[in-house]
Ligand binder design. Structure first.
Ligand code: SF4
Length: 236
């Protein structure tokens, strides 16, 4: 029996990246191995995981933690036709065994900080979509160099292929080193189908700056500017 501590399980529309709007089951893991400056996710293991049985209702059933992996497919099916199961956090790659234990034909959509390459390797034949973060120096401080190396290894092992769609999400704080960002994308571009520039919620960059950055990155890889749309709609 494989289980993991979860914060919540709910059905909603994906709010970020190229799959914005698809209906997904979200599985939010309770722990993370990083502490990004802009993190707004409530983390930490609790006694119960909350499950929203009616999407958007704000009413929850509490189930004991840790939650069994094999129960996830059954919960997903109870929400009708979902595009995929979004594994989010926290950091899903802390629990590769749990992810492998989700026995369902529904595709898995991994949202990861891409800092755990060994766990990524365990899942290379299991995940269909990868929404991988690349953390800028401004988000992780002194850990940047090491995390950059780990991210490159993760993207390499989970790269886009005929069986997997992988994109890189760059969360943009108010200020960041543009040249360092471009150099990182240059290193990753062989592994991803797209780069998404996503401003930190509430931060307004000058439109001209964003478009100039996009123009530079388009020389390397398909690049889109996409904000967090679920927050615009009041979705989770
Ligand atoms: S990787 Fe994600 S969950 Fe973890 S600290 Fe950073 S923003 Fe928060």
């Amino acid at each position: 029996m494989v289980s993991a501590p979860l914060i919540e399980v709910f059905c909603s529309a994906q709010g970020e990246g190229p799959f914005v709007g698809v209906r997904q089951l979200f599985v939010r893991f309770a722990e993370c191995n990083l502490a990004c400056t802009y993190c707004d996710t409530p983390l930490g293991v609790r006694e119960h995981c909350r499950v929203e049985r009616t999407p958007g209702s704000g009413r929850y059933e509490l189930i004991p933690n840790p939650v069994e992996a094999r129960s996830i497919g059954e919960i997903a099916r109870s929400f009708g036709r979902v595009h995929s199961i979004a594994l989010t956090g926290g950091e899903p790659l802390l629990y590769p065994e749990f992810i492998r234990g989700i026995g369902t034909e529904i595709p898995l959509y991994l949202e990861s900080n891409m800092s755990l390459p060994e766990a990524a390797a365990e899942l290379r034949d299991r995940v269909r979509y990868v929404a991988g973060d690349f953390k800028l120096r401004e988000a992780v401080g002194e850990a940047y160099e090491e995390l950059r190396d780990r991210a490159v290894r993760c993207f390499r092992v989970l790269r886009s292929s005929g069986r997997r769609y992988t994109f890189c999400k760059l969360v943009l704080p108010e200020r960041f080193d543009e040249d360092e960002l471009v150099s990182a994308v240059d290193e990753l571009r062989g592994f991803v189908s797209m780069v998404v520039l996503q401003p930190v919620w509430g931060v307004r960059h000058a439109p001209g700056e964003l478009l100039r950055l996009q123009e530079r990155l388009l020389e390397l890889v398909d690049t889109r500017i996409i904000p967090q749309t679920h927050k615009l709609l009041g979705l989770r």
